[in-house]
Design a protein around this ligand. Structure first.
Ligand SMILES: Nc1ncnc2c1ncn2[C@@H]1O[C@H](COP(=O)(O)OP(=O)(O)OP(=O)(O)O)[C@@H](O)[C@H]1O
Length: 267
């Protein structure tokens, strides 16, 4: 049984070239073990760049990323893979592998030596991961024959099979119909892991995340509970729209709506 690990980010910045313009300006924040952080912001704000730093794809220009108290650049790649799993927007192109084979790849960091045989525990975990994402009926299908939404669920199942302590998700609801969006978000809420997820849908972010981090042109301009960070003023400024927070009846919940500034604001 894995346990969630806290994430601690200190003065983290990144630029593609030494001396180049930073795509992420120094940012510091903490995510306590078991919490869900949503990363939001307009296209090109730096969400994917930040996530890539968290799963050790980019080496920081400045600062550190600590998971469970350890700097990820002081750990081996295998140790990082035992702590962090990432579900990315781009899917692997090994279309000839079956769904079960792709999910089994999630066990790789836990095997002794590459190519080590799967044991009973590996098989149990693969089975449970397929079940959690409702994939058993697709287990023997080749990835290349699946729809975009089915592939997305396979990638989440592979990440769960990795038994990470921190799960990174880049737009996990992409390609998913409303039912599967709700199922993946429900799963996110119930997993006993620390989760960092980018989300474009700000109402989904407000509904599923404990905290949100708002990025604008590579700068962290807000961090905290959704009701504080996703204010009308902040969203209107960052997304250059008129953002309104409205109260829905009869559910009595908040809902954000957006209008282009030059088109007036329906009352
Ligand atoms: N390796 C790179 N070299 C140069 N520019 C890059 C590199 N990676 C990202 N960028 C640029 O950095 C900016 C932020 O990109 P990023 O993918 O992090 O944004 P994002 O917030 O995830 O955007 P979206 O919502 O469109 O997915 C973009 O302008 C992008 O073109």
């Amino acid at each position: 049984m894995t346990t969630a690990a806290g994430l601690s980010v200190t003065d983290l910045s990144w630029a593609p070239r030494r001396g180049g313009t930073p795509l992420l300006h120094p940012a510091s924040f903490e995510v306590a073990a078991g919490r869900v952080l949503g990363v939001v912001g307009p296209n090109g704000a730096g969400k994917t760049t930040l996530l890539r730093l968290l799963y050790r794809f980019h080496r920081p220009r400045t600062g550190t990323v600590c998971i469970g108290g350890d700097d990820i650049w002081r750990l081996s790649a295998t140790d990082v893979a035992r702590r962090v799993a990432a579900v990315l927007q781009e899917h692997p192109s090994d279309f000839a592998l079956t769904v079960a084979e792709i999910v089994a790849l999630g066990r790789t960091p836990h095997r002794r030596g590459f190519g080590g045989a799967a044991g009973a525990r590996d098989r149990d975990i693969i089975h449970a991961s397929l079940a959690q994402l409702d994939l058993h009926h697709l287990a023997h299908r080749h990835l290349g024959t699946l729809s975009g939404g089915e592939r997305q669920r396979v990638m989440v199942a592979r990440a769960l099979a990795q038994e990470p302590r921190l799960l990174i998700l880049d737009e996990p609801t992409n390609h998913l119909d409303i039912r599967h969006q709700l199922e993946v978000l429900d799963l996110i809420r119930t997993l006993p892991l620390t989760i960092v997820t980018s989300l474009h849908d700000l109402n989904l972010a407000a509904g599923v995340c404990d905290d949100v981090l708002l990025l604008d042109a590579g700068r962290c301009v807000g961090f905290g509970p959704p009701c504080d960070v996703l204010s009308e003023a902040a969203l209107s400024g960052v997304f250059r729209v008129n953002a309104r927070r409205e109260r829905l009846a009869p559910s009595n919940t908040d809902h954000l709506t957006f209008h282009l500034s030059n088109k007036g604001n329906p009352q």
